[in-house]
Structure formats: C-alpha cells, structure tokens
Ligand binder design. Structure first.
Ligand SMILES: [Zn+2]
Length: 217
C-alpha cells in the first residue's frame, strides 16, 4: 500500500517530529522543498542551476522550476512505497501541477494531514523557548525551566531567546502561513483528501491519530 502524504501545519506545530516518526514507521522518505532545492542546486542539475539563478538574488523560485525539481525527486527509487511532502505544494498552481502529474502516473495523493494548533497556543509554545548560548541545550520557561531561570543547568551558560521565537515574529510567521495555506487546505478539502488533527498534546498520541488516518485510507 503506497502512502503518498502531504503534511500541513504552521511553524511550531510539531510537523517535523511527526514527519520523522512517519518516515520510520512506513519506510517512506520525507521530501522537504527546501532540502531538495538545495540539493538540486548543489548537484548542478539544469533545474538546480535555474533555481539558483533566482535564489542567489533573493527571488522566489518560480512554480514551474519547483514543480520540476519535485517531479525529479518523486521518480527516485526510495519513493516506491510513497513519500511525505513537506512544504510542497505551497500554491494552488503547484497543487494543480502535482495533481495532474500524479494522475498521469496513476498514483495520486492518498492523504493530506493538516496539523492544527491555535495561534495563542503556538505563541506560548514558541515564545517560551530558551537556548543555552554555550552548549545549545533547550529549555522552556513554563514547560521545562532551568533551575535558576537565566542559566543552563548543564554548563551554566547564559540562556537566550532566538529571534524566530520572539512573540511578534511567531505571530507574523503564523499569519503568513495561514494566509498561504488556507486556500490549499480548502483545495484538498474539496477533493475529500484533507483530514485535520489537533497538534496539541502528547507527541505519541498525535502520532497515533495520524497513523489511524493513514491506515484507514
Ligand atoms: Zn549549556
């Protein structure tokens, strides 16, 4: 049984963790657009060279180039039992192109899983994170505080907040994500392929929810 999955979820929803667990359980690769773009650029494929000409001047890589690179990746042998797409499609044009391509191959997307975490919850989850400047150990002011608050338990290093975790940045990223993804989740909902699950709670419990959906399809 092939599992051609798409994972949706805002930054901080735990999508990366769930994807890794799915990779192990179903023995399918996680295909992240960022990774395969970088890889295509590095190996100097014609599409990689074209992608780089946009990336190097800070421009977005056009849909047709991204789609071409994703198609090349999906042809590899390790996708024989399926794959998890992460960060693709990002636009309706990409979703349409993917749909036509997979239909031609006779192996459509089997499930789109949307991991939902409300904005307020994400703000608490992300803006409370602290990292040790010396050893990189991670803490959370509420869920996993260090003993003295400002110093690392392991090495005594100073704890700081990453720029990405600042409340205003978290809110901005969430809103950007929502604006970009809402049309996509509507698109897959209309096709009857979308299942929404809550990303709040125990990682294992969330994973069980996802596996049930995948196995029942
Ligand atoms: Zn430390």
């Amino acid at each position: 049984m092939r599992q051609n999955l798409i994972l949706l979820g805002p930054p901080g929803a735990g999508k990366g963790t769930q994807a890794k667990m799915l990779v192990d359980k179903y023995a399918i690769p996680q295909i992240s657009t960022g990774d395969i773009l970088r890889e295509a650029v590095k190996s100097g494929t014609p599409l990689g060279i074209e992608a780089n000409s946009h990336m190097s001047r800070g421009a977005l890589v056009p849909d047709e180039v991204v789609i071409g690179i994703v198609k090349e990746r999906l042809k590899r042998g390790d996708c024989g039992k399926g794959y998890i797409l992460d960060g693709f499609p990002r636009t309706i044009a990409q979703a349409d192109a993917l749909f036509s391509y997979l239909n031609e191959c006779g192996c459509p997307i089997t499930e789109v899983i949307d991991i939902k975490v409300p904005k307020d919850h994400l703000v608490i989850r992300l803006s409370g994170r602290r990292v040790c400047r010396s050893c990189g150990a991670g803490y959370h002011i509420e869920f996993n505080p260090s003993k003295d608050g400002g110093r690392c338990d392991r090495c005594g290093g100073e704890l700081f907040q990453r720029d990405d975790d600042r409340e205003d940045v978290v809110i901005k990223r969430f809103e950007t994500y929502e604006a970009q993804t809402t049309p996509l989740s509507e698109y897959y909902k209309k096709k009857g392929q979308l299942t929404t699950i809550s990303g709040i709670g125990d990682v294992e419990a969330i994973f069980d929810d996802i596996c049930k959906i995948v196995d029942e399809r």
